[in-house]
Design a protein around this ligand. Sequence first.
Ligand SMILES: C=C1C[C@]23C[C@@]1(O)CC[C@H]2[C@@]12CC[C@H](O)[C@@](C)(C(=O)O1)[C@H]2[C@@H]3C(=O)O
Ligand code: AKG
Ligand code: FE2
Length: 449
Amino acid sequence: MVMQSQNQNNPILTNKRAFKGIPVIDLSCPDDAKHLIVNACQDYGFFKVINHGVPLWLVSQLENETMGFFNMRQSEKDKYCPPNPLGYRSNTIGTNGDVGWIEYLLFTSNDFPTNSKTFSSVAKEYVEAVRKLGCEILELVAEGLKIEPKNVLSRMLSDEKADTVFRLNHYPPCPDHRPTTNGRNPIGFGEHTDPQLISIARSNTTSGLQICLSDGTWVPVPPDHTSFFINVDDLLQVMTNGRFKSVRHRVVTDKLKSRVSMIYFGGPPLMEKISPIGSLIEPGEESLYHEFTWFEYKSYGYKTKLADDRLSFFHKGSHPLSEKDKTVAKEYVEALRKLGCEILELVAEGLKIEPKNVLSRMLSDEKADTVFRLNHYPPCPDHRPTTNGRNPIGFGEHTDPQLISIARSNTTSGLQICLSDGTWVPVPPDHTSFFINVDDLLQVQKCKE
Ligand SMILES: C=C1C[C@]23C[C@@]1(O)CC[C@H]2[C@@]12CC[C@H](O)[C@@](C)(C(=O)O1)[C@H]2[C@@H]3C(=O)O
Ligand SMILES: O=C(O)CCC(=O)C(=O)O
Ligand SMILES: [Fe+2]
């Protein structure tokens, strides 16, 4: 029997001739660098910089402090795990069910609460140094693209309200290193693009990072602990009207060595409006993206799963509803919102709480955070019950996080609810009625009474 080695499965080799390696940009020659950077951003959305000016002692000091933190006992590290996605976390990435063989510290601008004063101040100094490097690179991008003024991109990172994220990742050696069913090593950080403008990453000497080329093949990035790797992120793809590619990347684990990476994500101020830069829209071309604020993009993006294509939601050609359908949807949502208010007023009256609009006002507020969802569950041909004896799942069990949800379905059954004793009961469909769910916030409101 011939055993297939992992490399034989690996599409990188089939494409080896086409890919010439990760572009290396020497920042000590800015005149060459600006053109090379533009090419790299167009071809791969990824490149490495050398002679970057960030002191290596600062980089090593931060790596030492970082390992000092991750080497602490689990119970100590768990103390830095606040109820939001910032701070220390292990195994979970984001808040939407993604997991990885990883532990990390996640910080937002200028605030690096850690176990030691030295660690926090070294992190601060490091972020300031890489932010400057980010500005330098974005100015070279502007020069290379001939866009004026040359700080049009970099000013978003230097703005005092810039929304910076800083992340320290630790991927411990992964002992159970059997390749998964698709022949790949277990995942440390699943495939994704970074939502910001640019990301600046430095790792230790352990490999694992891979980037996805435009033809869909994945290539490993040879580690280089003295250099920085630069990613084009989603916003830069939008601002260049798709000329630059936001690079899809992932990290696979190593069986023996632990990997540490430190990544600065350069985001603009939350209220910054993002749209393609006029001079980059070629004659005869159209703006590919709707205008949005970074706040809107981030709020949407942080509700998605890691691997999702967040940009497609803001892509002009791909709005799922026609103009006519959008008007109908708007009218429908407005009618349901009114129904929701009426029900919440009846709830207030029933509970004898005053004033009677105490709940309903939250839906009628002009800033109310409404979500509207249209689901389609195609017939599922492979309808063998799963191992637990149930039919295949269309939408897994959950509670809705809002105040109330108002649902209508066609005549196909499928919805089930869980009773307080844990039994599941089917909801007979009724396409002329609405079904009302008590959501998480209404449960909390009620407990407060
Ligand atoms: C699953 C997620 C984790 C993430 C927020 C998101 O909902 C989708 C984008 C993810 C990402 C990727 C780049 C950065 O590591 C990060 C901090 C970011 O800004 O977007 C993470 C988010 C996270 O880990 O919270
Ligand atoms: O660890 C790495 O090198 C990459 C991690 C990453 O992509 C991220 O933190 O967004
Ligand atoms: Fe990333």
